[in-house]
Write a protein that binds this ligand. Structure first.
Ligand SMILES: Cc1ncc(COP(=O)(O)O)c(C=O)c1O
Length: 459
């Protein structure tokens, strides 16, 4: 037997291994930010360090832990799957669990999505959707929005609206056009050229947490319909309850042609994504017996992934987590708005359900302005980060900046959080915002220290 517990216990410094073999630069950044904590356990909405300190996880593995960490029902379902000695990945045979999960996903999806392709990640879902749109229309061009994030594989990166992710990777997919998010005129102009296969969009953008104008998604869908363009909703992050609806498209009554989901479907255990598509699209891709595996992936219908997906949907339903996200999301937004009003640099809190962004902007006061300018000159991503350090170390809340060079803090807690967690989060953020309004002061010192160390380390 392999003694995994012993293996972990016998290794004095696991992060040194990560630094040596996985990603030295990332480990250095964590250290620089004071984010190099040694978490030893995860349970529900929390992480725990070796000293037993509890942290409220407002990152949730980039929205993976919708049901919380190590959920007993999901774990039990995975154990059952293991004990059943299932005939996994027969490949030349009909998989059975995947049919069950497909049926459940179709039942909760908006509109007439009635075919499912399972993937190993969100990016693979995006690749699938781009290929489907091309096969369905016989055209090649894809339209996406500025600031969009659809993953980092080559096709997904090609429709990424953030230049910093693309730099250094050479020429990406041709026939890709960016339009500003919320700009229907620009979209219509591009669609009218007649060579567009698909329009891919996040109902709520993850980088920066930007919301669509109320008419953007419904009218974009209408424009796509008019031009025979496939409307692809990327719900890899927003899907499965995150925004207080099962899928974020529902907020705007939008029924996409293709819907991609992933992250939360894994239950936090087994990577899995799903691409839900209308039948006519599916039939264009798999258009003959010869083409029945023209798009496939070895681990696509892996039984453990299917079991994780089935258990996740069960937990979302039985614990009313979508409703919890809607209710506590409201409480969190209004609490933060109320707290924010007291602080000059607070601009707004936005989002839906438990996907929120808190935006800050330059102050009026002379002294604070000095601090703001100084910090932004040192590093344009630093201002929110300096608030997140005491948020982690003093209030034991783990969160992140919403993107590169943004003055936006992003909150993505698990959907199992409680009212008490929300109230703690509001008080904690109120206090770090207050501290950030004292210049000079300890929060600004953190910024200077981080910037100085980064320069020394050459990063
Ligand atoms: C909207 C969206 N699409 C696609 C992806 C890519 O998913 P993955 O990291 O599983 O490849 C992400 C990941 O953050 C995402 O937020």
């Amino acid at each position: 037997m392999l003694d995994l517990k012993g293996l972990i216990a016998g290794e004095r410094d696991l992060s040194t291994l990560a630094e040596k073999h996985i990603n030295p630069a990332f480990v250095r950044v964590l250290r620089l930010l004071g984010y190099d904590k040694e978490y030893v356990r995860g349970q529900g909405a929390y992480l725990y360090d070796a000293a037993g300190q509890r942290y409220l996880d407002c990152l949730s593995g980039y929205a993976t832990f919708a049901c919380g960490r190590n959920h007993p029902v999901i774990r039990d379902c995975l154990r059952q799957a293991l004990d059943l000695d299932l005939p996994n990945l027969i490949t030349m045979g009909v998989a059975r669990l995947s049919g069950l999960l497909a049926r459940e996903l179709i039942a909760v999806a908006p509109g007439e999505l009635d075919t499912v392709f399972f993937t190993n990640s969100g990016s693979e879902g995006v690749e699938t959707a781009l290929k489907y749109a091309r096969a369905a229309t016989g055209k090649s061009r894809i339209i996406h929005c500025d600031r969009s994030f659809h993953g980092l594989t080559l096709g997904a990166l090609s429709v990424n609206g953030n230049a910093e992710f693309k730099e250094g990777f050479g020429t990406l997919l041709p026939s890709v056009t960016t339009v500003p998010y919320n700009d229907l005129e620009a979209l219509e102009r591009e669609l009218s050229r007649g060579d567009v296969a698909g329009f891919i969009v996040e109902p709520i953008q993850g980088e920066g947490v930007y919301l669509p104008d109320n008419d953007f998604l419904p009218e974009a869908l209408e424009l796509c319909r008019k031009r025979g363009v496939v409307f692809i909703a990327d719900e890899v992050q927003t899907g499965l309850g995150r925004t207080g609806r099962m899928f974020a498209c529902e907020h705007w009554r939008v029924e996409p042609d293709i819907l991609i989901t992933a992250k939360a479907l894994s239950g936090g255990y087994v990577p899995v994504g799903a691409v839900l598509a209308k039948r006519w699209i599916h039939e264009k891709v798999f258009s003959s017996l010869d083409r029945c595996v023209v798009h496939s992936s070895t681990f696509s219908e892996n039984d453990m992934a299917m079991a994780a997906g089935l258990a996740t949907l069960h937990v979302l339903r039985s614990e009313k987590l979508v409703e919890n996200a809607a209710m506590l999301g409201e409480r969190l937004q209004s609490g933060l708005r109320e707290a924010g009003r007291k602080h000059e640099m607070f601009r707004e809190v936005r989002g839906k359900g438990l996907m929120l962004g808190i935006e800050f902007g330059p102050p009026q006061g002379r002294l604070l302005k000095v601090g703001w300018n100084l910090l932004h000159k040192l590093n344009p991503s630093l201002f929110c980060q300096v608030m997140l350090v005491p948020l982690l170390n003093e209030h034991h809340v783990l969160a992140q900046v919403a993107g590169y060079h943004l003055d936006v803090i992003k909150l993505l807690p698990t959907l199992v959080i409680t009212q008490a967690d929300v109230d703690h989060l509001v008080i904690a953020l109120d206090q770090v915002m207050a501290a950030a309004h004292q210049f000079p002061g300890p929060v600004w010192d953190i910024g200077r220290r981080i910037a100085r160390s980064a320069t020394r380390l050459g990063g």
